[in-house]
Structures are given as C-alpha cells and as structure tokens.
Design a protein around this ligand. Structure first.
Ligand code: DGL
Length: 271
C-alpha cells in the first residue's frame, strides 16, 4: 500500500490535486513538482519523456501503485511510451494515468456545436494529442489548437493576476477564435491554466464554455478506482498529502499554500 502519486512539471498540477482531494479525501497523496526543470512545454519529446519516466520511477520507489500525470505536456509526450514500453518491464501491476483522455471524454457532453478550441503548451499543441483523442471519440468534431507559451511562465512567476497577463490572455483568445468562429467550447489543456481562469473568463466572449480539468480528472479517477478494485486496494487511506519539489522547498511551500489553500511544508528531492 502507498500514496497516489500526482506529478507535474511545476505548480500547475496542484490545480488537479486540489480537486482530486476534494472528491477523494480518504486517500494518501504524494505530489511532486519538477520545478527545477519546468517548464516542460517548450522541451523536446525525448526530454519530456526522460524527465517524466524519472519521476514515475521515483513515485514507484516511494510505494505508489498509481501515478497521475497531472500535466498535459507529460500526458501528451510521455504517457503512451511509459504505459506501453516501460511499465511492462518495470512493474506491470502499477498504473500511470494522464489528464487528456478524461478531458476529451467530458468535452463530448459539453460542446453543442462540435467546434472545440484547445489552449496548451507548445509541446501539447505540437503533439496533436487533443486532435487525435477527440477524433477517436467524437470524429465529427472540429478541433483548433493554439499554443500559449507565455501562460506557464506567468503562473510560475506569480504574475497570473497581473496586468501583463491581460495582454497575453486577450491576444491568445483572439488568435484561437480567429481559427474557427463556431467554437463553443475551449479546453484549458494545461494544468497551469486554471490559475488564469479569472482572466480567461474576463476576455472570453459570452456563451463559450471554458473547460478546466481539475473536477473532470477527479471524477474520472473516482470512477477508475471503482472499476479497478485491485489498484484501489493498493492505495493507502490516511487522508494525508505530502508535497515534494525538485527546486527550493521554501519557495514551493509558499506558492503551494496559496494554490491548495492550506499550510504546505514541502520537501526538496533529487530525481
Ligand atoms: N502544467 C503542464 C501542462 O499541463 C506543463 C507546463 C509546462 O511545464 O510547460 O502542460
């Protein structure tokens, strides 16, 4: 038995962890932010894969049987290889899940026009993962993706409420909507982006649904655990949450306390 591992390149995954803990408070959690090497969104496939695999191995060493990649970039660039190539060798009884599939499942129920927009990191958008996954489940949908390279740095540098954010959020919304005038649903396809939700809502034209992933991923995980009692039985239930980062623990703790709305005392680890 061990905690459920939750991974992100940085702080963004805390937006997913917060919702997971709200829906499933009974489990123990281990969060890891690879802040020392964030952002992942502008890095190559190979590097994101290597970093993510290192993190997954670390979670396994800590006793996690289930790891959630609370990062779209890692889900887009590393999840499939880890599931198909690495897990069978490392330990076929453990599981690694991502955030893209549950989001795509939920979007089918939200969009009326079938015209969906996706904001993501350059890596997520270039991977085409949302287009591929949406085409599998909703082949009639039209998907337009737009990369927002400035959004993660704004969040990581505590500028998500600042005036600088207004400029980039407005500019990127305009660019996405110019791709397809019938978009009625926009996915925030990066776990950092919910921290810009206020700005996104402020500048998004009325009537367009803005989908953030926390609640969707949390409900999908609850469903997964119900359908996989053999994995559920290996998740310890003490209601605790331990935070780790690859960068400065004090800085992480201060930021994370705001994100999750409780006192965080993070520990620095090496991957
Ligand atoms: N939060 C991550 C995502 O969902 C990655 C951000 C980054 O490191 O660029 O894509």
């Amino acid at each position: 038995m061990g905690p459920i591992g939750v991974f992100d390149s940085g702080f963004g995954g805390l937006s997913i962890l917060r919702e997971i803990r709200r829906v499933l408070p009974q489990y123990d959690y281990l969060f890891l932010g690879d802040n020392a090497r964030a952002p992942y969104g502008t890095r190559s496939f190979q590097l994101v894969y290597e970093f993510t695999l290192e993190a997954v191995k670390h979670f396994f060493d800590q006793g996690c049987s289930l790891v959630i990649l609370a990062c779209n970039t890692a889900s887009a660039k590393a999840l499939r290889s880890i599931q198909q190539r690495d897990l069978p060798v490392i330990d076929p009884t453990r599981r690694v899940l991502g955030v893209i599939r549950p989001t795509v499942e939920a979007v089918g129920e939200i969009s009326q026009s079938g015209h969906v927009g996706v904001f993501g990191t350059p890596g997520t958008i270039a991977s085409g993962s949302y287009n591929i996954e949406i085409a599998k489940l909703h082949p009639q949908f039209k998907v337009s993706g737009h990369a927002c390279p400035m959004w993660v740095p704004l969040v990581e540098n505590c500028e998500s409420e600042g005036e600088g954010a207004d400029y980039f959020v407005k500019k990127d919304i305009n660019a996405l909507l110019a791709m397809d005038g019938d978009i009625d649903t926009v996915i925030l396809g990066c776990t950092h982006y919910p921290l810009l939700l206020n700005k996104v809502k402020q500048f998004m034209p009325q009537g367009i649904n803005v989908v953030s992933q926390g609640d969707i991923v949390a409900r999908s995980l609850a469903d997964y655990l119900q359908r996989h009692p053999e994995i559920e039985a290996r998740c310890s239930k003490g209601g605790t949450c331990h935070y780790t980062t690859t960068d400065d623990a004090e800085k992480f703790s201060a930021m994370a306390s705001v994100f999750v709305n409780e006192d965080v005392k993070a520990q620095k680890i090496k991957l």
